[in-house]
Design a protein around this ligand. Structure first.
Ligand code: PMP
Length: 402
């Protein structure tokens, strides 16, 4: 497969686990990191480390340039209009919290916030909290038996929604939602469209202008970058109206004893000392992904997912759409009545890393009438051979419990 040549860039994939070659099928939780990203971070700490924006010395200038270059890379990667629209945060969760609480002055009693029943907790709880705080209403669009969003229900409910918050790709069903259609309808209703891009931005081309997204959150660690760095994208006009969520340090322009004036964009939202090395690492991850091309990564995901649906689908119940083209690179499943934690523990004996549990989507699992699922997720460094190993190990699990 054409992605095979990139595997050597990931040092951790040479590791053995329980005497077996590691098969890492947990990239939806966090991806592995190529040597290029590891080196970019090491180089920063070894040669350029200093705080940014605040000093005139050479190291600080170098650090500031590298940090701001990373912002430019992020802006280009999602086709934002300007770097002012790129806020560095810690992760998707922080991005979505900034989105919800940043919008607090724009939400009044009885306003409607519309989300879906397939959200990760990170795109649910911030809206629950905002709704509680403002006595606003929280409403949901459900999904059908094949894991697709009920667009008829969406059409009915979007009319009077102030905010529409939806995931682009479900971390359990794998469903890729029709964001462009959703955003168009949200625009017609005058709603703000907020997208959880945690599972989509690492795996496909996401063009915020083409999709007409108002706000987008994603995490560096799921796209070959380091942990502790993420992005909140928002249209400039919206960021100007929004309130900061955390206060102090870089985010102010002028302070008196009784009040403060916020800094210009994007710094208005970047409190305290930023994760400078993290942003630089994310920039290196974006360089790496761009060089491979997101279209190729998407193709590879589809190929592996199609293969997994066919192979694993023979012995397990897989949730979500049947068509690989409508899914991101993951399968969540249950095997007979065996607890997913038992499955994951036995697979680990074979060196296979998968996730088990509710994957931070409890309401989604309740909606499916299950308490947990096992999840195998793929990225550019995975192969069909690894899916064969997954299947073989799952067959072993079945035998143990039979
Ligand atoms: N949304 C989705 C769809 C996710 O899959 C995840 C990560 N599991 C998140 C949000 C949260 O990401 P993070 O933990 O990096 O904040």
């Amino acid at each position: 497969m054409s992605m095979q040549k990139y595997i050597k860039d990931f040092p951790i994939l040479k590791r053995k686990v329980n005497g077996k070659k590691l098969v890492y099928l947990d990239s939806a939780a966090t991806s592995q990191k190529p040597i290029q990203v590891i080196k970019a971070i090491t180089d920063f700490y070894m040669n350029h480390n200093a705080n940014i924006h605040r000093a005139l010395h050479t190291l600080s200038e170098e650090a500031t340039i590298a940090y701001e270059q990373a912002r430019e890379k992020v802006a280009a990667f999602i086709n934002a209009e300007s770097t002012e629209e790129i806020i560095f945060v810690r992760n998707t969760t922080e991005a979505l919290n900034f989105a919800s609480f940043g919008l607090r002055d724009m939400i009044k009693k009885d306003d409607k916030i519309l989300t879906t029943t397939m959200e990760h907790h990170s795109n649910l709880i911030p809206w629950q909290q905002l709704a509680k705080m403002k006595k606003a209403k929280l409403d949901f669009v459900d999904f059908d038996k094949n894991g697709y969003l009920d667009m008829k229900m969406f059409d009915k409910k979007v009319n009077d929604a102030k905010i529409v918050a939806v995931t682009q790709a479900s971390n359990v069903l794998g469903t890729i939602n029709p964001i462009k259609k959703i955003a168009e309808k949200a625009k017609q209703s005058g709603s703000i469209i907020v997208v959880d891009g945690a599972q989509s931005v690492p795996h496909m081309t996401v063009d915020v202008q083409e999709l007409q997204i108002d706000m987008l959150g994603f995490s560096g660690h799921k796209m070959l970058g380091p942990t502790g760095i993420g992005v909140l994208y928002a249209r400039k006009e919206l960021l100007e109206k929004m309130q900061p969520v955390l206060f102090g340090s870089d985010m102010i322009k002028y302070v008196s004893l009784s009040d403060a004036e916020w800094n210009d964009l994007p710094y208005k939202f970047e409190y305290g000392t930023s994760h400078i090395a993290g942003a630089i690492g994310l920039g290196a991850a974006i360089d790496y992904l761009t060089q491979i091309r997101m279209k190729e990564i998407r193709k590879h995901d589809i190929e592996l997912t199609r293969y997994a649906l066919k192979k694993v689908g023979k012995i397990a119940t897989i949730y979500g759409p049947k068509k690989a083209e409508d899914r991101s690179g993951l399968i969540a499943f249950n095997l007979a009545n065996i607890h997913p934690h038992d499955i994951a523990a036995i697979l680990n004996q074979d060196g296979i890393a998968i996730r088990s549990g509710h994957h931070c989507a409890m309401p989604l699992h309740e909606r499916l009438k299950i308490s947990a699922s096992a999840r195998a997720s793929f990225y550019l460094y995975n192969t069909k051979k690894e899916i064969d190993l997954l299947l073989k190990s799952l067959q072993r699990v079945k035998e143990i419990f039979s």
